[in-house]
Design a binder for this molecule. Sequence first.
Ligand code: FES
Ligand SMILES: [Fe+2]
Length: 375
Amino acid sequence: MAEAENLHDARTAPVLVWEQLKHLKGDDLKAWRVSEVDNLRSREERNIDLPMPFGWFALCYSDELAVGEVKPLRYFERDLVVWRGEDGAPRTLDAYCPHLGAHLGYGGKVSGNLIECPFHSWRMEGDGSVQEIPYSKSIPPKMKKPACERAYPTREANGFVWVWYHPENIEPLYELEVFEEVGHPDWSAYEKHEWIVYGPMQTIAENGADAAHFQYIHGVADSPNYDITFDGHKRTAEVHAKMGTPRGLVDGTIAYGVVGAGQPWTRFTGICETLLITGVAPIARDVTHIRFAFTQLKSDRDGDNGGVAKAIIRDICKQLDQDKVVWDRQRYIAAPPLCAGDGPINDFRDFFRQFYAGAEYDKYRESAKTRSISR
Ligand code: FES
Ligand SMILES: [Fe+2]
């Protein structure tokens, strides 16, 4: 525990949020991270009328979906079924069978690379087309084309299964970034942590551009010195900060990036080489699933730096806990009164807006006009 205490060297006196969190340990902390929030206010009361963004989002870890396994999932305010065919590839469809609407995720099974419905055993391909009907000589022609409401382009990268979601069902507009460290023999197996946050993707992603909050809710001694680059569908930043370690303050570099709306990664160098792949996906417009997957250079994690390696992960997770306390109850301020020192929050919002499209976004823009919001 000495390492954890020393991490506070770089910090101001504990704030109330830390006081609330410090009583949560071990399994209680894990449960708190994914539990429903007491007195959760409605989307309307919190003014969260942001649309669902499009992009690649993490459905599950690769090792949570074995060959022949079927999983019911819920993301994007839709019921989904994901399965892994005998060829090893994951596939994702809207969960309801096009025949009479059974949920394919409950009792459905894998047959070759097809998903078989539990109700009358129709078999569907990953594009949503019906390939076999066991009791009928012919397949209705309309069912031979993609017949399920939606089929989601599904890929595997960095130890996660990702799907492409677009409100208008448009094919992927960009690709995932692949990290060679994941699964490399010199790098450790993932250490995994997860949260359910009662806030929209945009608000959570805004955290990186919110310069002032680092000092006040995370207690970082100085506002870190960093530059954000907005480049097409990518956002990157390099942050130079003094990092608290069991050996005192050390100059560290944190490089982070986000590919589109939903693939953030963070690389910590200077003390113990650490790569954090974040698997994030909207469950609803105001509920977000966050998974942190850490891999560290084994020579750092298993050597003299072992204590530091663990402390880095603990500290990053603690920061997410602290943000979650705010996010779970935060109201969305569409035109915030920003001042010097707040960081490039408006530039971030301009960047993030590129991931909204479709009728929901049109409705949002209309309602923003009637609320006299210029942005
Ligand atoms: S409902 Fe799926 S096969 Fe009939
Ligand atoms: Fe934060």
